[in-house]
Structure formats: structure tokens, C-alpha cells
Design a protein around this ligand. Structure first.
Ligand SMILES: Cc1cc2nc3c(=O)[nH]c(=O)nc-3n(C[C@H](O)[C@H](O)[C@H](O)COP(=O)(O)O)c2cc1C
Length: 408
């Protein structure tokens, strides 16, 4: 019996990358699970993986010839095979993924059949790292994983448990059943926003006082970029309007850079009409200098008075103009009476959802890689999400918001 959780695998094309880890034997069970669920499986092994498990075993289970060599001797002229494979696959999963293969992928090396295939793949790619505890926690490996996340790779973190070294720690490859269930969930999610236009704002704004000074805030844009990335992964057309940030553009996302609140207002309104979902994650300045000095202000007087005026309220304007079928999600960053203020903002601005950031909690809010969101729906429903990496917080938020869509 195929578990219901694997139903989305039926008829799918899966590419399974296997690398030189002691956990490579688990790939055999994974192939079996994928095949049993009705998927077609193409295994690609690194040359070092063949020292751990034979291509004969994986080829027999997958009923397809396993690919290992980038330059196969008896098949001259097959150099473009990796490109076709990258397009054939609905999803690629590398399990186990060694530190070496993670490093290769993070830095764009193309010296194995597996790396070449993944570099040209258009489908989602799930990496399942497996290694010794200290290798996993080495800053080089962690940095590579961070880079890979930014490039849009999905990562299934290893588990804590007994390792091949005899030690206990992080680095254990999850069981094949868990990996298969994760692959199935990714595929089911994949098309959940197909054909939809998602508009996301991110980052701070900068209100110029003179050509070299500005009013701004500590937002880094991480949460908005995570949302844009997650929406693109689900098949949406994504427009990301961002204030100044150093973050790279997530794959498949159309990015528009703006500086001031006024510019963000204009660009957002230009794109809002066609948007099915709007996520306003930017930290937009509420006030801007009444005048921007044309040249640098000299430091002469001991005190300087800045006159400020309100910036346009983007969210309130979106709430006024919204189509009945448009879903509008705001963010709130509050220091006092957080819940009451967020509820009030939800109602006053005519939003469907508000995601409340807790500024006072460790690991949440500005400039951190994690976030603890409280989600409020206009119906009064409230859900506290746990402290999560921002990518996972973005996925959880999308899951909740999408549940609201009437089926069909
Ligand atoms: C017995 C043995 C077990 C190994 N297990 C792992 C492992 O679990 N994870 C890992 O990252 N490297 C492991 N290695 C090291 C890799 O095999 C080595 O870095 C290899 O070059 C990986 O290449 P590949 O990623 O191209 O397969 C192991 C090596 C040996 C000899």
C-alpha cells in the first residue's frame, strides 16, 4: 500500500542524486518508495558514491541506467544529457548530500554529472545533507547551506542520532520514508500558486534629509525576500518591490528597487491591480523630511530641527482599492500592546491577515535569520507560529493564507 502522503508522486519524474556518504545505502530504499508510489526515477551518482553502493543496485531498483560519468567513454557526444535531464525532472533530490557536493553546488562547480545536471535544472531541488556532526556544524558547511538556500535550493536538515563514527550528534540522514514524504509535500505545494500574481514588498525605505543623510530603519528585507522566494517556488508570478538591501534576487522573481516611501507607494499601486495576493512586509517610513536639502547640510548650529510630514499610507490605500477576490496581508512590528494594535490595524486597513512580529523577543524581528510570527485573520482567528527560520516562516504563512482560497 502506498501511503496517502505519497500520492502526489504518481506519474512524476524524479531525479535522485546520490553522493559519497556512508548513508548512501538508504538511497536504495528511497528509490523503492518512489517507484512504489508510481514515480519514474532517474538516479545520478557521483563517482565517489559508487564506492558506497553500486550503480547495479540502484539501476535495477529504478529500472533505468544510472548515470555517473560526465564524459562516458562508450557514448561520445552525449554532453548535453544533463541539460535534458534537468528539464525532464519535476523535482530533484540529493540524498545523501555530502559536504563536498554541497560545496560544489554552492560555488557553481560543474565537474561531475550530478553537479552539471543540477546546475542546469529548472525544477525544485531538495538537498538532504548527511555527514559527521562537526563537518555539518563547520562554518564552511553552514555558509554553503546558507548560500544554497539563497539560490533557492530546499534543504531537509539532518537529524540528531547515532552517526557512522560511533558518536552521537547532528548529521544523520532522515529515514527514506521521511525524505519521500517531504518530496511529496514539495510537489503538492509546487503548483499551489500557479497562474497567480503575488506582489511582495520588502526592506526599509530611505527618506533623504540631504544628499548624504537619511531617515531609515534596521529592516534587512529578509522576511519579504523569503516570501517572494516561497511564492515563486509555488509557481506564482512574483513582483518584489524592495527598499535598499544587499540581498540577492530570488530565482524567478521580478525585482523593482525603490528608495523612498513615496516611490514604493507609486510602484506598488502600479502593480496592485493585477495582484491576487499582496504581502506588505516592507518597513515603510511613516514620516519624511518636508524638504530635502539640495546639498550637504553644514554642521554649524548645536541643534537642528527637522520638519517631517506623513508619507502616503500604502497599506491603507491598498485596503481601499482592493478587489473582492484579492488577498491582502500586512505586517506589524509593535513594541507595546502588540496584539491590540495589530487587531486594530487589521480592521482599520481592511486586511485579510496581519502577521505580527515580536520585536522584544530574542531571535525575532529585524536583522535576524529567524522570526516568531503571530498570525491574525479578519475572522478573529489567531495562530502563534513557533520561532522559525524566515524561509520556513514564509512557507507557513503561505500555507495559512492559501487555505483561505475557495477550492476550484
Ligand atoms: C567511509 C567514509 C564515509 C564517508 N561519509 C561521508 C558522509 O557521510 N558525509 C560526507 O559529507 N562525506 C563523507 N565521506 C567523505 C566523502 O566520501 C568525500 O568527501 C567524497 O569526496 C565526496 O564526494 P562526492 O560528494 O562527489 O560524492 C566519507 C568518506 C568515507 C571514506
Amino acid at each position: 500500500m502506498v501511503p496517502e502522503s505519497l500520492a502526489s508522486l504518481e506519474g512524476r519524474h524524479l531525479l535522485l542524486g546520490v553522493t559519497g556518504s556512508i548513508a548512501a545505502y538508504k538511497a536504495a530504499e528511497l528509490v523503492r518508495l518512489f517507484k512504489k508510489a508510481g514515480a519514474e526515477v532517474q538516479v545520478v551518482m557521483t563517482p565517489d558514491a559508487t564506492r558506497f553502493i553500486t550503480p547495479l543496485t540502484l539501476g535495477t531498483l529504478s529500472e533505468r541506467e544510472v548515470l555517473v560519468d560526465l564524459f562516458p567513454e562508450n557514448e561520445p557526444g552525449s554532453w548535453t544529457k544533463h541539460v535534458h535531464l534537468g528539464r525532464w525532472a519535476d523535482l530533484a533530490v540529493v540524498a545523501p548530500a555530502t559536504a563536498q557536493t554541497l560545496a560544489r553546488l554552492a560555488h557553481g562547480f560543474c565537474d561531475t554529472m550530478l553537479a552539471a545536471t543540477l546546475l542546469s535544472a529548472r525544477c525544485p531541488v531538495l538537498l538532504c545533507p548527511a555527514m559527521d556532526h562537526d563537518m555539518y556544524h563547520h562554518p564552511a558547511t553552514q555558509r554553503n547551506l546558507e548560500l544554497l538556500r539563497r539560490y533557492g535550493y530546499e534543504i531537509l536538515p539532518p537529524e540528531f542520532g547515532e552517526l557512522a563514527s560511533g558518536l552521537k550528534g547532528d548529521g544523520r540522514l532522515p529515514d527514506p520514508e521521511r525524505i519521500a514524504a517531504h518530496v511529496a509535500a514539495l510537489l503538492a505545494r509546487r503548483h499551489s500558486l500557479a497562474g497567480k500574481h503575488v506582489l511582495v514588498t520588502a526592506g526599509p525605505t530611505r527618506e533623504m534629509i540631504d544628499p548624504v543623510r537619511c531617515l531609515t530603519n534596521p529592516s534587512t528585507g529578509t522576511m519579504g525576500f523569503a516570501l517572494a522566494r516561497a511564492a515563486a517556488r509555488r509557481g506564482a508570478r512574483v513582483t518584489l518591490v524592495t527598499g535598499p538591501t544587499l540581498l540577492p534576487t530570488p530565482p524567478g522573481v521580478t525585482r523593482i528597487d525603490v528608495t523612498s516611501a513615496q516611490e514604493m507607494y507609486e510602484v506598488v499601486l502600479q502593480h496592485a491591480d493585477t495582484a491576487d495576493f499582496v504581502f506588505m512586509a516592507a518597513a515603510v517610513a511613516d514620516y519624511t523630511p518636508v524638504e530635502t536639502a539640495p546639498s550637504k547640510l553644514k554642521k554649524e548650529a548645536d541643534e537642528l530641527v527637522l520638519r517631517l510630514r506623513r508619507t502616503p499610507d500604502i497599506l491603507a490605500e491598498l485596503g481601499r482599492r482592493r478587489r473582492p477576490d484579492q488577498v491582502l496581508v500586512g505586517f506589524a512590528m509593535e513594541t507595546d500592546n502588540a496584539l491590540e494594535n495589530a487587531r486594530e490595524k487589521l480592521r482599520r486597513k481592511n486586511l485579510d491577515w496581519i502577521a505580527l512580529n515580536r520585536l522584544n523577543e530574542p531571535g525575532a524581528g529585524f536583522g535576524t535569520g529567524t522570526n516568531r510570527l503571530t498570525l491574525l485573520h479578519r475572522s478573529g482567528h489567531l495562530e502563534e507560529l513557533p520561532l522559525l527560520p524566515k524561509d520556513e516562516a514564509a512557507e507557513a504563512l503561505l500555507d495559512r493564507v492559501l487555505r483561505e482560497i475557495p477550492s476550484g
